[in-house]
Ligand binder design. Structure first.
Ligand code: CO
Length: 202
């Protein structure tokens, strides 16, 4: 059986399991969604937000792209954020990077990756502005991971400067979190947090 068939079979097994535990599982879920968390993460196949946070279906609104970037002119992400904070019940926005990120590694090279180069421009700019910091790290893995941290903090900063969002943060008690997923251990680490009152580097 080709693998794609296996995925469809797995779905059948999953439906059967969920329904056996709670016959109303799907009818309850299909009524509405009221997630408290908005996850902005990398598309990396090893960083599944529900799985690594133990959240269930319905608990997390999700946007993912290469290297978890926040571009102010990204209509896709901006719509997700606006819908999440204005029409859903989002209380926490989590930007989550991960160590060993391919997008971050790529941005650190001089190689061209075709259409992806345009996406990575924001990381290239960050590399330039933090050149001294990064040049001081000789170990390549450490350098990538340092940039992963800096990149998360930078995207949180960008979020905090979006007008419609900063109003929501101040008025509705929304908190913006910057986290990193440590690929080698599976553990999440907090890097920064912004709420209505303060910014704290953790
Ligand atoms: Co990545």
């Amino acid at each position: 059986v080709p693998r794609i068939r296996n995925i469809l079979l797995e779905n059948k097994a999953w439906v059967a399991e969920k329904t056996e535990i709670n016959p109303e599982y799907f009818s309850e879920l299909s009524k509405d969604q009221a997630p408290l968390y908005l996850w902005i993460g990398c598309s990396d196949s090893r960083v599944n937000p529900n799985e690594i946070t133990g959240t269930a279906l319905g608990e997390m609104f999700v946007h993912r792209n290469i290297a978890n970037l926040v571009h102010e002119d990204d209509l896709n992400l901006m719509s997700v954020i606006a819908y999440g904070v204005n029409y859903l019940s989002i209380k926490h926005i989590i930007v989550c990077g991960h160590y060993g990120c391919g997008g971050i590694k790529s941005a650190l090279t001089d190689q061209s990756f075709g259409i992806i180069d345009g996406w990575l421009v924001k990381i290239k700019k960050l590399i330039k502005s933090r050149k001294q910091d990064l040049d001081g790290i000789s170990d390549e893995t450490e350098k990538v991971n340092r940039l992963v941290d800096l990149n998360v903090i930078e995207q949180v900063r960008t979020l905090s400067e979006i007008d419609f969002l900063s109003n929501a943060v101040a008025e509705r008690g929304i908190t913006i979190h910057g986290w990193v997923y440590q690929m080698g251990s599976g553990k999440l680490k907090e890097l920064v947090r912004i709420d209505g009152q303060s910014t704290s580097k953790i």
